[in-house]
Design a protein around this ligand. Sequence first.
Ligand SMILES: C[S@@+](CC[C@H](N)C(=O)[O-])C[C@H]1O[C@@H](n2cnc3c(N)ncnc32)[C@H](O)[C@@H]1O
Length: 277
Amino acid sequence: MRLAVRTHVVSRWCVVTPYYADESVTLYYGDCRELMYDLRGPIDLVCTDPPYGETSLEWDRWPHGWLDMVPSFVQSLWCFGSMRSLAGNWAEFKRSGWAFSQDVVWEKHNGSGFASDRFKRVHENATHWYRGAWADIYHDTPTTADATARQVRRKARPAHTGYVEESSYTSEDGGPRLMRSVLQVRSMHGRAIHPTEKPVGILDPLIRYACPPRGTVLDPFAGSGSTADAARLTGRKAVLIEADERYCELIAKRMSQGVLVEPLPSLTPVGADEEVG
Ligand SMILES: C[S@@+](CC[C@H](N)C(=O)[O-])C[C@H]1O[C@@H](n2cnc3c(N)ncnc32)[C@H](O)[C@@H]1O
């Protein structure tokens, strides 16, 4: 793997020359563990999907040490993973000072597992982490406008769940209610330009939740650049890093064309009707 050549051409975010840049997206080619060190702000959120380390794809190795290299001014992180990969690397999150806040389940329309002796795996996890005081972390409460009008009574709770006074309120028809933590979004199966490409539909609510409008999202494992697509569609900027130059080319094409590009056959070595990560 060739690392990006260090020059002293100063871009907005880094002293390394970007592989691609436009008014909302900056892409760096190289190992994020080397490049993140040079990043400066403002970056409001890391939203990323590192290799889970579960397939034989050549790049699919958990990149130990990457969490230590996330710039300390970044306080909020969404990280995709399977339970196996997240649990196996949980200590690295803690060692790097990340506190766990919540997880969201992405339910796909098709499966992503290869085992024939287990439940059919149709989901991925997205975990949210933060550093510092929760009150200082940007989070825009996610709601859906589908409440039905009814009288909601909140009963006093048993002591072990904490005291809550009895109360009631009337919800409005079509009013807001908290978005559920299981999100059903069609996978990119059949349309993907990367074997583990995340659809913009699952990235959109995560970015809106944790990155302020006009803020900047960093994805150090960019793959096909879907995080940048979701960022610009939601009015945010994106900084991407990708270690495989073939994907950098695809991202540059995707960003400059503003449309989906065709996958390269050699980049989509996924089983017949399955996809991973
Ligand atoms: C799981 S994929 C990301 C897919 C992406 N979320 C998408 O929607 O297309 C992980 C990507 O990280 C890249 N990668 C692996 N190790 C890396 C490293 N140390 N630094 C930067 N990129 C790396 C791989 O080449 C791969 O494209």
